[in-house]
Write a protein that binds this ligand. Structure first.
Ligand code: BTN
Length: 246
């Protein structure tokens, strides 16, 4: 992965660039990287602050041959790979907030946005976009309380290209592991080890009735297993609900 790199000093969104590469026939593993985004996209229709010179904005194009229903698991493979690589490069306690945010000292460091072009039983391509706050020293007032960067937490300035290469190395290995079983069984335990919610009480939002439960970790499909107060267990699907620590 990341053999074919397309660099943009400025673009609207690397997810849009990677999608375009996909439509033009670029190969599996092609990577779009930008120094700055003018219309960075976040999940749930939100934006992603994308100033120049200090952050990583990258989107990888994948051409998997498995079914579209398996694609959401790729986001967790990427979250795990990114967390693993950042932890290795910084020595910090990088943690995953299920399903795919990465936090450091309880503040958001990385966001991941996966977009897919598919038919009912066939994937044209998948784009996984990763935004990493690396060297910024401040954020807009809106997100200043919840966002952080590697530089803010460690006082160190990191080379972005080194981090990108490390993340791609980890992703390539974990993607292969994923393909072998077609699920997350190969990385589940390690993912759960990095999971900030694991063993903690969480609030499940977005279900009919929000409820409190104990997070047990993900299963092989990437759903979050929780134990409810009546002792029953449930698998929570990322598309349906979001989880808050309490
Ligand atoms: C989130 O809301 O947490 C997801 C944020 C994803 C941001 C990255 S930056 C690179 C890629 N291009 C985009 O427009 N979004 C993703």
């Amino acid at each position: 992965a990341g053999q074919e790199i397309h660099y943009f000093p400025e673009t609207d969104s690397t997810n849009i660039r990677a999608k375009e590469l996909g439509e033009k026939g670029a190969s599996h593993g092609a990577l779009a990287v930008a120094d700055r985004q003018s219309a960075g996209r976040g999940r749930r229709g939100r934006g992603w602050e994308s100033p120049p010179g200090c952050s990583i904005y990258m989107s990888i194009l994948l051409r998997p041959s498995f079914l579209p229903s398996s694609a959401p698991m790729l986001t967790l493979v990427m979250a795990y790979s990114t967390a693993e690589a950042l932890q290795e490069c910084t020595g910090q306690e990088i943690r995953i907030k299920w399903p795919n945010d990465i936090v450091l000292n309880q503040k958001k460091l990385v966001g991941i946005l996966t977009e897919m072009s598919s038919e009912i039983d066939y994937i044209n391509h998948v784009v996984i976009g990763v935004g990493i706050n690396v060297n910024m020293d401040s954020f807009s007032e809106e997100i200043a309380k919840t966002a952080t960067s590697l530089r803010i937490e460690t006082g160190q300035v990191m080379k972005r290209s080194t981090l990108i290469a490390e993340i791609m190395k980890h992703f390539e290995r974990n993607y292969d592991t994923f393909l072998q079983s077609g699920d997350l069984s190969g990385i589940r335990e390690d993912y759960n080890r990095l999971l900030v919610n694991c063993g903690k009480e969480v609030r499940i939002l977005g279900a009919k009735e929000p409820y409190q439960a104990l997070a047990l970790g993900i299963n092989d499909s990437g759903e979050l297993l929780v134990r409810k107060q009546d002792g029953s267990e449930e698998a929570v699907y990322a598309g349906e609900v979001s989880v808050r620590g309490i």
